[in-house]
Design a protein around this ligand. Structure first.
Ligand SMILES: Nc1nc2c(ncn2[C@@H]2O[C@H](COP(=O)(O)OP(=O)(O)OP(=O)(O)O)[C@@H](O)[C@H]2O)c(=O)[nH]1
Ligand SMILES: [Mg+2]
Length: 298
């Protein structure tokens, strides 16, 4: 028989203190959220690798919380089957709400650990870096971020276009929100651990994909540490990244920068900013082509 599904929190996106009742719950120290959408082919492998590592270090003192958005490939069901062999694994199936950032926060809301974290399900975030991140937290960090942009970090086979988009997004963040985005070398990372009390009682209002920006913008962190990692290529399943997410990212930056900005206005300004950036990009590409005497005119 499967373990039961976790309840899905509703209402404000706010992480509270660790529940003290029932008292036996106290032994969990670390709660890692694995957000999933159509990851049925990856979920078993990621759980196997993570439990293998964590059992050596904090056996029985951690939980892996899979938060699935009712995937059409029934990832939640596959995860429940996996959970039969791994008691540390818990599964939430969301049907009313969607989106990567809120999935992670909903997971943290039911988590019992004082250290919280997030990792992708598709093995692009190498599980081996997790113990290094955890060690940073044990040594007193408030936030430990896996970064592609410090020593030991990088991307495996990204196209030039994706590299430019990623760096462009970071640069934009540095312009709009320098004191938040500038605190880490890889603010777009989705692989990080943090101390629960750094975000406890703070309402989150993320727009889109980039949860670390929200956490940095609303949480309080004195010590931030980074660990280099190589972003792996996906071997199973498909990417959910779309151009709409770039728009949501710009909107997100604007909402953190100007807290009173309404959702509609931030969307309108975001669209304007995105269009201006696209226009500038095509203008500079045109200029480059004209500067090359033998370039293909198309
Ligand atoms: N719960 C939930 N999880 C999501 C959603 N979108 C993506 N995810 C998960 O979040 C993680 C990151 O999403 P990906 O699509 O892999 O994004 P990415 O790693 O930036 O892009 P790729 O390199 O193309 O894979 C994966 O574990 C996804 O399954 C969503 O809407 N809800
Ligand atoms: Mg991915």
């Amino acid at each position: 028989m499967h373990p039961p599904l976790l309840p899905v929190p509703a209402g404000r996106l706010l992480v509270t203190e660790i529940p003290t009742f029932p008292p036996k719950q106290g032994k969990i120290e670390f709660s890692l959220i694995i957000p999933t959408y159509k990851e049925s082919q990856n979920i078993k492998a990621v759980v196997e690798q993570l439990t293998h590592l964590l059992d050596k270090k904090i056996r029985d003192r951690y939980e892996l919380i899979i938060v699935d958005d009712n995937s059409p490939d029934r990832t939640w069901e596959v995860a429940l089957n996996v959970a039969q062999s791994y008691p540390q694994v818990k599964v939430m199936r969301r049907q009313a709400e969607k989106g990567l950032s809120t999935a992670i926060i909903r997971g943290w809301q039911v988590a019992k650990g004082k250290i919280l974290g997030a990792i992708d399900a598709d093995l692009q975030h190498p599980p081996e870096a997790l113990l290094q991140l955890y060690a940073k937290m044990e040594r007193g960090a408030d936030l430990a971020v896996a970064s592609r942009h410090v020593e030991g970090g990088g991307v495996s086979e990204w196209s030039l276009a994706r590299r430019i988009l990623s760096r462009g997004a970071q640069l934009l963040g540095l312009i709009v929100l320098p004191r938040v985005v500038g605190r880490v070398s890889d603010p777009l990372s989705g692989y990080f651990l943090l101390r629960r009390d750094a975000i406890q009682g703070k309402e989150m209002k993320p727009t889109g994909y980039k949860i670390l920006i929200e956490v940095l913008g609303r949480g309080s962190f004195d010590r931030i540490e980074e660990v280099g990692y190589i972003f792996q290529e996906r071997s199973e399943g498909e990417s959910k990244v779309t151009i709409a997410q770039y728009l949501q990212y710009i909107q997100h930056l604007l909402r953190l920068r100007f807290p009173r900005l309404s959702l509609t206005r931030s969307r309108r300004y975001g669209q304007f900013l995105l269009k201006s950036l696209q226009r500038r990009r095509s203008r500079s590409q045109r200029q480059k082509r004209q500067a090359l005497p033998f370039s293909n005119p198309r």
